[in-house]
Ligand binder design. Structure first.
Ligand SMILES: C[S@@+](CC[C@H](N)C(=O)[O-])C[C@H]1O[C@@H](n2cnc3c(N)ncnc32)[C@H](O)[C@@H]1O
Length: 323
């Protein structure tokens, strides 16, 4: 096990033409675009190096450290020597109270700093875990159960040389709330959103609060039964207006992780108001983002179905003389 941790400080060019791993200012290593990437470009598809099943835990209690350590020791010892070195080369956030001397002491901090949920278990993904955080990310990632891989893709255009950034936390929070969450990961975020001027921060905080409020109320309003009559029509129009406001706020704040949901709500509100053509338009916009993540996901299927059905309704509504 000895000596592998020095790898943490070296530049690691990869054979991939999509990205390169190299130092990022004040953030250790990071992942950078090796060429300009268009939205939807897959960046990394990676299976876990190690997975462990979380031990049973009582509601609200901490995970039993010894049980996790034992799983980690077993998983680690079954790795090849080069995979053990790879594991030990990963970044570890160490608490001031932790005294780490041997490589084995690092197993837990490394796993804690880099692991992701993989459905029932937690996994370590050496490439994906080199990606740094931004509160205004340009890439998105998710666990694909079908492929057994973690997938990272460009959510907007990423220029050659630009750092690829994902979000580690939900983003509908103010800067101060995000800072508290990220403190648990042991760093102070200096992304575009967090390094903005006081005036821009006030604007961004209020936009995120409004996006959150609108998403919660629209999810509930749009799942309620459709009524009939003048009141229902007026409500449908109000929901359309609120969804359009939501879309413009999410886009202004460039919160790519929330585009698909905002477009889905816009589609559903337009359909409720029987504005079928616009309903299909927003369903297709949502589908674009769902397909980037996983073209076979239930969410992608739902949007494909909605787009087809709203397009049919829109055609059925056309009177012969308007064709
Ligand atoms: C999962 S690792 C990411 C890769 C890491 N930079 C490395 O060298 O392997 C997470 C750690 O990277 C650093 N980091 C990630 N995003 C950051 C950001 N926006 N600002 C400062 N540090 C960041 C923090 O030290 C954090 O605990």
């Amino acid at each position: 096990m000895a000596g592998a941790r020095t790898l943490n400080n070296v530049t690691c060019p990869t054979p991939s033409e999509v990205y390169i791993i190299k130092p990022s200012l004040n953030k250790g290593l990071g992942v950078f675009a090796a060429r300009t990437l268009q939205p939807g470009t897959p960046i990394i598809r990676e299976g876990p190096l190690v997975t462990i099943l979380p031990p049973p835990v009582a509601d609200g209690a901490d995970y039993p450290r010894e049980a996790i350590m034992s799983s980690l020791r077993n998983a680690f010892s079954s790795l090849s020597e080069s995979d053990q070195s790879l594991y030990l080369s990963l970044y570890a956030h160490v608490f001031p109270t932790e005294q780490l001397q041997t490589d084995e002491d690092y197993l837990m901090p490394i796993f804690r700093s880099n692991s992701f949920n993989t459905g029932d278990s937690f996994g370590l993904f050496p490439k994906v875990s080199r990606i740094n955080h931004s509160c205004r990310p340009n890439a998105a990632y998710f666990w694909n159960q079908r492929l057994g891989k973690r997938i990272v893709y460009a959510a907007r255009e990423i220029k050659e040389g630009e750092e690829i950034l994902v979000s580690y936390i939900p983003l509908l929070m103010t800067k101060a709330e995000r800072a508290m969450r990220l403190n648990q990961y042991g760093f102070k975020c200096d992304c575009d959103a967090c390094a903005a001027s006081m005036g821009d921060t006030v604007v961004s905080d209020s936009r995120r609060a409004e996006i959150r409020r609108l998403m919660e109320s629209l999810e509930s309003d749009l799942s309620a039964e459709v009524g009939s009559g003048v009141v229902a029509k007026r409500k449908a129009q109000r929901l359309v207006n609120e969804c359009l406001k939501l879309v413009s706020l999410v886009e202004a704040e460039q919160l790519v992780d929330y585009y698909a949901q905002a477009y889905r709500l816009a589609s559903s509100s337009h359909a409720r108001a029987e504005l079928w053509e616009q309903g299909a338009y927003w369903a297709l916009k949502s589908l674009e983002f769902r397909e980037m993540a996983d073209e076979f996901s239930p969410e992608a299927y739902e949007m494909r179905k909605a787009a087809a059905s709203f397009t049919l309704s829109s055609k059925a509504n056309l009177k012969p003389d308007s064709q």
